[in-house]
Design a protein. Structure first.
Length: 480
């Protein structure tokens, strides 16, 4: 460690950008340099950039320079962002508190251009990492960009690379504001494909698949997804490497290769969402978009009074099945009905999300007689045909015999109801035994027996062992 007793330069703060112009969806760094300090007691106060940039992370670095008998020490705080909106923006002053002083930086300006994230700039590669903007990028593909409210949109996120990406991590998911999301199955080891983009060959793989259901009309914006790829590159250049071999800047798996993080993001995508048409809209329409049918069933037909029967309402079709609410049903007053237990099974169909949504009602008739379980009717909008459809299930007759005087659980009862009995623990009501105040539990005969018995057993075991050893080693003793 080097010591220095000379004077230190004054404390100043300045802000600067890694680039004054950046492409949409590309990273940039806001640097805050504070001279005259090695560490900060408080973080700098940075203006809110969320209107045009997404925060990724931060880091710090220090430097020291000695010239003309003066030592200059500086601390730089680096804030990494991703550009998310086009236009020209001004980043206001950044406030820094150092040694009781309040420092302010000058405003800086940045221009975000509508440049494809995979276009290589004329300035060449970043000398620090040798990974060009076109080497790694990520895109999102939507199956449609104009939909009806609550109509599913299938989104597929892909990474494209022409360098050695050893691994990647999704560091930021798009905001779910305005969408109901349904994650689709994704393999732990994505299949890598070879594709050609703008005359360049890339390795490509799907990193995320999701179904989006817009929850309201209007223009929606799908925010960027942020991904950090770890790329293996060579930190140093050969003297003639770039001239003889255009790929010499890369050293995949080589001896001098090192891993560097590269942050990329998708570009924001606008989606137009319209309301379902009002013409021909049924009275029972609750907003479901996609083909849908409804059916009802009971698990038994021979039911006696005070016996349980399960009444199931099942919706089957496509669309946002998880958002289907329990139907409003009216049961006869002689039937005791427990709250429904929902079940859902969804999966990816040919062009949408398909599955079933069920509601199980436990019904217990308290008296004998002829009853009727209610019918169910539902309506949905089919965006392919542009029409409304309705589906209905008729009422189910439920004859109830006299049965027994007490309640029995003859039908299938869902676990949430059946678990009530398991949660009840009876209180032990036997006569307890008490110890008189002042009495000691260590003075009775039982205590002394328990204390002495192990020692007597140990002495007897030692005697038996000595007898056996003497029998083996003393022939005369053994004969006697």
């Amino acid at each position: 460690m080097v010591g220095w007793n000379g004077p230190l330069a004054g404390q100043e703060a300045r802000a600067y950008l890694s680039a004054s112009e950046v492409g949409l969806g590309r990273p940039f760094v806001l640097n805050v340099e504070i001279s005259g300090v090695r560490q900060l007691e408080q973080e700098p106060v940075v203006p809110d950039l969320s209107s045009f940039a997404q925060y990724v992370g931060s880091g710090t670095s220090t430097s020291m320079q000695m010239a003309g008998g003066r030592t200059t020490v500086s601390l730089t705080v680096q804030y990494r962002y991703l550009a998310t909106a086009l236009g020209q923006y001004t980043i206001g002053p950044i406030r820094v508190s150092v040694g009781g002083q309040n420092l302010r930086t000058e405003p800086v300006s940045i221009t975000i251009l509508d440049a494809p994230p995979h276009t290589t700039p004329s300035a060449g590669p970043d000398p620090d990492s040798f990974v060009e903007p076109g080497d790694v990028f990520v895109e999102v593909a939507l199956d449609k960009r104009r939909v009806v409210e609550n109509e599913p949109i299938l989104a597929e996120y892909r990474i494209f690379t022409r360098v050695n990406v050893e691994s990647y991590t999704i560091t930021g998911l798009p905001s779910a504001t305005g969408f109901w999301t349904e994650e689709l199955e994704q393999s732990d080891t994505p299949e890598v494909e070879q594709v050609v983009r703008d005359g360049q060959q890339y390795a490509s793989a799907v990193v995320r698949r999701v179904a989006l259901f817009p929850t309201g009309p209007g223009e929606k914006v799908l925010d960027p997804l942020t991904l950090e790829a770890r790329v293996r590159v060579r930190r140093s250049r050969d003297l003639f490497g770039d001239a003889l071999d255009p790929f010499s800047r890369l050293d995949p798996g080589g001896l001098f290769g090192s891993l560097i993080p590269v942050t990329v993001a998708t570009r924001p995508v606008a989606i137009e969402v319209v309301e379902p048409p009002s013409a021909g809209r049924p009275a029972g329409f609750d907003g479901h978009v996609g083909p849908l049918t409804v059916s009802t069933s009971i698990d038994r037909t021979d039911v006696g009074a005070n016996e349980a029967v399960t009444f199931t309402v099942t919706y089957a079709g496509s669309g946002n099945l998880r958002a289907i609410p329990a139907p409003p049903l009216e049961f006869p007053p002689e039937l005791e009905v427990f709250p429904p237990e929902p079940r859902v099974e969804v999966g990816e169909g040919e062009e949408s999300i398909r599955g079933t949504r069920s509601f199980d009602y436990v019904v217990i008739p308290r008296v004998a007689g002829e009853f009727e379980l209610p019918g169910v009717e539902t309506a949905s909008y089919d965006p392919r045909r542009g029409t409304y459809t309705t589906s209905s299930a008729p009422p189910i007759p439920l004859p109830v015999s006299g049965g027994s005087g007490g309640p029995t659980l003859g039908g299938r009862i869902p676990s949430s109801v059946d678990a009530i009995r398991e949660e009840i623990r009876f209180i032990h009501i036997g006569t307890p035994s008490f110890l008189r105040v002042g009495d000691s539990p260590f003075g009775g005969p039982v205590f002394w027996i328990v204390l002495i018995l192990p020692m007597v057993a140990a002495l007897m075991a030692l005697g038996v062992r000595g007898h056996l050893e003497r029998l083996d080693g003393d022939v005369a003793y053994a004969r006697n």
